[in-house]
Structures are given as C-alpha cells and as structure tokens.
Design a protein. Structure first.
Length: 113
C-alpha cells in the first residue's frame, strides 16, 4: 500500500499550525479521496521533538488518541518509527489534532486499515 504524506503545504492535505509556549499544534482533515485502506498516513513535516497528544476522528465515528510521551523518533539509521495501526470500516474523511514539542525529527505515522 501507499504512504500518503500530510504536509505543511498548500492543497487539501495541508495541515494548519498553532503555537502556545513550547507546544505547537497541527490540525486539519485528510480527505477520503487521498488514501485507501491499507495506506500509511505520514505526518513528517511536524518538526517535532516529542508528540504529547494526538487525536484522529473518522467521519464514521471511530476515534484514535495518542496520549503521553510516545516515542516517534526515527532509528539511528534513519528508519522511521513504526506506524500505529487504526482499523476503520471504510475510507472516510479523517479530522486530526496533533500537539507536539517543536525541535526534532519525530514523525507520526498511522496505517489505516
């Protein structure tokens, strides 16, 4: 399956940023037309040192939350951190909110199946 990059650029897969003290947030929506079940959504443009909280809500009602100090740093050889797996019934729009500490190369990857 494919990896769909959700970046800080123009277009429908764009994320927005907000800043408060040392924390930053990224939020937006991934269109159901930009991925298929089995793809990995990769949030690589976060410039995150640490992901402190993330919430994903599918248009069909399923929710995935990541709370706490989960390590999403790549391995020393550059291999990305393992992707979380999220089981949803069908490809639907996914709204997301990610809160993180800026200043690193952690990236959040979610395989939607």
């Amino acid at each position: 399956m494919a990896t769909v990059n959700v970046t800080n650029s123009t277009g429908y897969n764009q994320f927005n940023k907000a800043k408060a003290n040392k924390l930053e947030s990224a939020y937006g929506t991934v269109s159901q037309y930009k991925y298929t079940l089995g793809d990995t959504l990769s949030f690589t443009d976060l410039d995150a040192k640490e992901i402190t909280y993330a919430k994903f809500v599918a248009g069909s009602g399923e929710t995935l939350e990541v709370i706490g100090n989960t390590n999403f740093e790549p391995a020393a050889d550059g291999t990305p951190a393992a992707a979380l797996t999220w089981n949803i019934a069908t490809a639907v729009d996914i709204a997301y909110f990610i809160q993180y500490v800026k200043g690193g190369n952690a990236s959040l990857r979610i395989t939607v199946s």
